[in-house]
Design a protein. Structure first.
Length: 332
């Protein structure tokens, strides 16, 4: 039996329960890991509340796709992984099929990667979602090159901080958009080339001024909603807007056909485009692993909660006050 987080109905953090759940043996192509730390993601709060892009197929339902731990057993056909290996899980599966909020978890072998040498369990649980999102959007999809500029909102999120790290690693210019000035100094210290406080400044004017009128090659938009039209006006001709979140909670117009806008590409994006493509994932793991080993990449962990305080961790997740990742520690 494994102590596992479940919920029997949709609702707020208070619906989360820790119950004993049988785990069993991994099937063909699966791996069982002893979980040491869990990285929390906003998608899990949405799934728990019943407003995610997919619904729970049954109750009790489970949660979680990003964790670090140690391999306990491997199923038939699994190669390259063995009991005792220190690993992390890459979020590429549905919570309806597999989940990692527990002391033990069975996951697809395709979702398991070796932990970069020297990376502690908590940091390893905070690595892959943000860095795969940043890597996949900027380098695989947008194809940015040294000298290009990327503008991004929700800048103090784990993804925003990973965008800064990767942009600086490959010679891009990262410009952070933040609603208030509270986190400006933190973002500059982390390596943002510039920070625009959208409550006080016109982001279009500032982005155009920062690029000598050219506009930015890429906007990464985690907020969406009506503000996407203004952001589109700050994009260079033939640039791109990638929408990877909907924090505004408002309908998002499609601004690509409005007169006066530059020629641009606009579409949605998720980290799954990288995680579920074996070749892209292979390149991403190599790139991020090299960055960790060199010291260029280190995920920022805002706060660590004990596993039995998972409801409190979800409350903190929904406060939107964190800088970086929230992690639940399960054990060593």
């Amino acid at each position: 039996m494994s102590k596992t987080v479940v919920f029997h109905e949709y609702g707020g953090p208070e619906v989360l329960r820790i119950e004993d759940v049988p785990v069993g043996e991994p099937g063909p192509g699966e791996v069982r890991i002893r979980v040491q730390a869990i990285g929390l993601n906003r998608a899990e709060a949405l799934f728990r509340a019943g407003i995610y892009i997919e619904q729970a197929r049954r109750f009790p339902a489970r949660l979680g796709a990003e964790a670090s731990g140690v391999v306990e057993a491997v199923g038939v056909g699994v190669t390259g992984l063995a009991p005792g290996d220190e690993v992390s899980t890459v979020p590429l599966f549905s919570y309806n099929d597999h989940a990692v909020y527990g002391e033990q978890a069975i996951v697809p072998a395709a979702a398991v990667v070796h932990r970069p040498h020297g990376l502690a369990a908590v940091a390893a649980a905070a690595l892959w979602m943000p860095y795969l999102t940043a890597y996949g959007s900027m380098l695989e999809v947008a194809g940015l090159r040294p000298g290009d500029t990327v503008a991004f909102n929700a800048a103090s999120s784990s993804v925003g901080l990973a965008v800064i790290d990767i942009a600086n690693r490959v010679g891009l210019r990262p410009i952070a958009l933040t609603r208030t000035g509270e986190k400006k100094d933190t973002l500059l210290k982390h390596g943002a080339a510039d920070v625009i406080v959208t409550a006080d400044e016109d982001p279009v004017e500032r982005l155009r001024a920062a690029t000598d009128g050219r506009g930015v090659e890429l906007v990464l938009d985690a907020v969406a909603g009506p503000g996407i039209t203004d952001l589109a006006r700050a994009v260079a001709p033939n640039g791109m807007v990638l929408v990877y979140g909907g924090l505004s909670g408002k309908p998002t117009p499609y601004p690509g056909l409005e007169l006066g806008l530059p020629a641009l590409n606009i579409r949605s994006f998720t980290m799954l485009e990288t995680a579920r493509d074996p070749e892209r994932l292979r390149r991403a793991v190599a790139f991020v692993g090299a960055g960790v080993r060199s010291g260029a990449f280190l995920p920022v962990v805002d706060r660590v909660f004990a596993f039995d305080r998972i409801a409190d961790a979800h409350r903190y997740l929904e406060s939107n006050t964190q800088v970086g990742k929230i992690v639940a520690a399960v054990g060593e």
